[in-house]
Design a protein around this ligand. Structure first.
Ligand code: PBG
Length: 328
């Protein structure tokens, strides 16, 4: 009987050895913490489908941003829940809208923290679609571009370091880039939700952001989950239009695309570990069905291993705190 000469188990024997040959190491610097900002003061309204996540008024969002920064998370991503909704989402470009106020408060208190803003109309429209509608009720691509650019400009004027369009209209990265450049804001970066799929995993987010469409769905603008090659075309176009970072969203069911984007384009890639992915792990953890801490580390490490340079996750601050404590 021949004994195997190659023994891969040799380097798995102790944590010390495993640590030495570990190929992927998650760091707080990889993570981005999303925050939901709502009107008011001292408001903290829990999101029932995302235990541990709440809508926060500007003062509370500032506290959350400070805590993220304290544990080494380099950036927050802001979503706004406005006072009023209308058919064109006009609250989204108010100088003193919730997001604009939050940007100013955070950049004032923690200038080193990178502030990214989500640019989309769905939280601001009464019909809940990501763009304005034609008479027939379709989402009007080109009419939407102007409004997205206007929203992005108001975020940038408030001091956002980066804007992140999530609407999936064609040409929005170019329209936003042109608007920012014309206003002398060429230093503001764009993180494009480049390959964003029409996913069931956004369900809990729509409760958090109060942005569920009132009729129909988002399949006429978000991508078909069956398409991989098309995702690469989306990414190529966004880069041509001036995107600085491209995103794949959701993350877990699309690890192949994170990998392909990473190896096809030489640019920073972000992955969005979305609300439904958070909810699955949290629910199972709270029920005692799996070890949440280990499962979260495994999932985030896998997203990084697949090729993501940045991971947007509702677990960011929690995971960063643990990484700092354990020097992993
Ligand atoms: C807005 C937007 C959505 C998400 C980010 N920006 C929801 C959607 O497209 O319906 C989803 C984020 C998440 O599920 O965590 N367009």
């Amino acid at each position: 009987m021949a004994f195997p000469k190659t023994r891969l188990r040799r380097l798995r024997r102790t944590e010390g050895l495993r640590r030495m040959v570990r190929e992927t190491r998650l760091s707080p610097a990889d993570l981005i913490q999303p925050l939901f900002v709502c009107p008011g003061r001292g408001v903290e309204r829990p999101v029932s489908s995302m235990p541990g996540v709440a809508q926060l008024s500007v003062d509370r969002a500032l506290e959350a941003a400070k805590e993220a920064y304290r544990v080494g998370v380099p950036a927050v991503l802001l979503f706004g829940i406005p006072e009023h909704k209308d058919s064109i989402g006009s609250d989204s470009w108010l100088d003193d809208g919730v997001v604009q106020n939050a940007v100013r408060a955070i950049k004032d208190a923690v200038p080193e923290l990178t502030v990214i803003t989500d640019v989309c109309l769905c939280e601001y429209t009464d019909h809940g679609h990501c763009g304005v509608l034609t008479r027939e009720g379709d989402v009007d691509n080109d009419a939407t571009l102007k409004l997205l650019a206007r929203q992005a400009l108001s975020h940038a004027r408030a001091g956002a370091d980066m804007v992140a369009p999530s609407d999936m209209m064609d040409g929005r990265v170019g329209a936003i880039r042109a608007e920012l450049d014309e206003a002398g804001l060429s230093h503001v970066a764009i993180m494009a939700y480049a390959a964003k799929f029409a996913s069931a995993f956004y369900g809990p987010f729509r409760e958090a952001a109060e942005s569920a469409p009132k009729f129909g769905d988002r399949r006429s603008y978000q991508m078909d989950p069956a398409n991989g090659d098309e995702a690469l075309r989306e990414v190529a176009l966004d880069l041509e239009e001036g995107a600085d970072i491209v995103m794949v969203k959701p993350a877990l069911a699309y690890l192949d695309l994170i990998y392909r984007v990473r190896h096809t384009f030489n640019c920073p890639v972000a992955a969005y570990n979305v609300s439904g992915e958070y909810a699955m792990l949290r629910a199972a953890g709270l029920n005692g069905w799996l070890d949440e801490e280990r499962a979260v580390m495994e999932v985030l490490t896998a997203i990084k291993r697949a090729g993501a340079n940045l991971i947007i996750t509702y677990f960011a601050t929690q995971v960063a705190r643990r990484l700092v404590d354990s020097r992993r």
